[in-house]
Design a protein around this ligand. Structure first.
Ligand code: FMN
Ligand code: SF4
Length: 441
């Protein structure tokens, strides 16, 4: 187990009802980092975040400080948008974070807004999260009343406003450009990139979209320094990581852990092992869009780069005669994604599990581009008949061909999100799929 297991950066106030109030939050050191940051130049705040190796917790793991640096200098209006749409199956961390520590998010956003020179900022929260919405709105009102939001904050001349906006529960509205369209009152469909939001985003202005967990790490980075945060992590990934473990373990839950912890340690030491004395068959490492790991691949850390490049993880390539790569000859292995870890025991019907995942993506495709609209439907249809026990010879090759036809060929990453698990489960559990088809024949 890596050191620093007990360091809690964003979950320290979990379980403490009083910390949700402004008074309780201030009593535990709240808004001190904001005071410190507002005395710094915006570019120095960004430099500290760059030094921290903070990487986006929304799925892609992009370096946060680097992203902030993409806003064109001298932009007249910039926006910061917090992505609180959290809809990836298996992921339930942002919801807990907002519920237990709303002021930490507000403080992180105010600091980020100062770094970006952004006045009008938004939290886009998933529509179903009414409990968290009410907690957030109350906290925003308190922050305005105490002068941590508004005009001339703490007499510094800095102006930061924050609006909490509810979505309507569409998975695609978590994709950053669909989210921006939805926030503008349009249909929540992704935009073609480039231009990226950092250059042309909300209302045509440069916009930074960051995940809830990402922004909640910012106060600690300013308070304790970028180096402290970078040292907490490993490699190019600073800080801790929140994982939401569900499925066949004795103790599922949301845990803040060292980024270097392996899946085996996570399952056996943190989650009390696989339930009913069974063993692991598959683990989804970061939300259902990520290719699964098999039992021989669980000694790899939950860290972003390790999951993409560690040679102990098999490349996910299934299609006869073809290889799928992520570009530059880099094979797709898997990704840390949004931290949603799903553990499946040795009794799991893998074809059925894959069908359930693909059904989700077929339902959530926004229909804007052909490979995803048609392809996710076909993935669902073919995987359903395999799962039902009525699969035909050639169906596995067909699934692989459809998946490869979608991946890399759609407007947004929902297409990849559907194709990758299909390729991954086929690559690693081919004999189980084949046996099911053989039984059907
Ligand atoms: C289909 C789809 C759904 C997504 N859903 C979410 C989401 O619910 N929450 C989130 O933070 N990021 C989500 N993302 C990633 C966002 O597009 C974006 O990369 C992220 O909010 C950036 O924040 P970060 O840099 O802090 O990770 C989704 C991406 C895709 C393609
Ligand atoms: S990939 Fe799918 S979800 Fe994304 S824009 Fe195309 S149809 Fe819509």
């Amino acid at each position: 187990m890596p050191t620093g297991r007990d360091t809690k950066v964003v979950t320290a106030r979990f379980g403490d009802e009083s910390a949700k109030t402004l008074a309780g939050y201030e009593k535990t050191g709240g808004y001190q980092a904001l005071r410190k940051a507002f005395a710094m130049r915006p570019e120095d705040v960004t430099s500290e975040v760059k030094a921290s190796n903070l990487r986006g917790r929304g799925g892609a793991g992009f370096a946060t400080g680097v992203k902030w640096g993409f806003v064109p200098p001298g932009s007249k209006q910039v926006h910061l948008v917090c992505n609180a749409d959290e809809s990836e199956p298996g992921t339930c961390k942002d919801r807990e974070l907002m519920y237990w520590d709303p002021h930490l998010l507000i403080e992180g956003m105010a600091i980020a807004a100062h770094a970006l020179r952004s006045i009008h900022n938004y939290i886009y929260i998933r529509g179903e999260m009414m409990r968290e919405y009410l907690v957030l709105v109350k906290a925003v009102e308190e922050a305005y009343a105490r002068g941590y939001l508004g005009k001339n904050i703490l007499g510094t001349g800095v102006e930061v406003h924050l609006t909490v906006h509810r979505g309507a529960g569409a998975y695609i509205c978590g994709e950053e450009t669909a989210l921006l369209n939805s926030l503008e009152g349009k249909r929540g469909q992704p935009r073609l990139k480039p231009p990226f939001p950092a250059v042309k985003g909300l209302f045509g202005n440069p916009t930074i979209v960051n995940n809830v967990e990402t922004l909640m790490n910012v106060p600690a980075i300013i308070d304790k320094g970028g180096k402290w945060f970078a040292d907490l992590g490993m490699g190019r990934s600073g800080g801790t990581r929140i994982v939401c473990v569900s499925g066949h373990v004795n103790k599922p839950g949301v845990f803040e852990l060292p980024i270097g912890i392996t899946f085996n340690e996570l399952i056996n030491e943190v989650c009390g092992g696989v339930w009913k004395g069974r063993s692991v068959k598959a683990v989804i490492p970061g939300g259902v869009s990520m290719p699964p790991l098999d039992p021989s691949e669980l000694d790899v850390p939950i860290e972003f780069d390790a999951l993409q490049t560690d040679e102990r993880i098999k490349p996910v390539n299934y299609l006869p005669g073809k290889q799928f790569d992520l570009g530059g000859g880099k094979p797709l292995r898997t990704m840390a994604g949004s931290g949603g870890v799903v553990v499946m025991d040795d009794q799991t019907d893998i074809p059925k599990a894959l069908w359930r995942i693909l059904k989700f993506f077929a339902h959530e495709s926004c229909g804007q581009c052909t490979p995803c609209r048609e392809g996710t439907g076909w993935l669902e249809k073919v995987s359903r008949r395999i799962a039902d026990g009525s699969g035909k010879p050639g169906d596995l090759e067909l699934l692989g061909t459809i998946a490869h036809g979608i991946a890399g060929n759609s407007i947004c990453a929902l297409g990849d999100a559907a194709a990758w698990p299909a390729m991954g489960f086929l690559t690693k559990f081919w004999p189980e799929f084949e046996a099911k088809i053989r039984r059907a024949a």
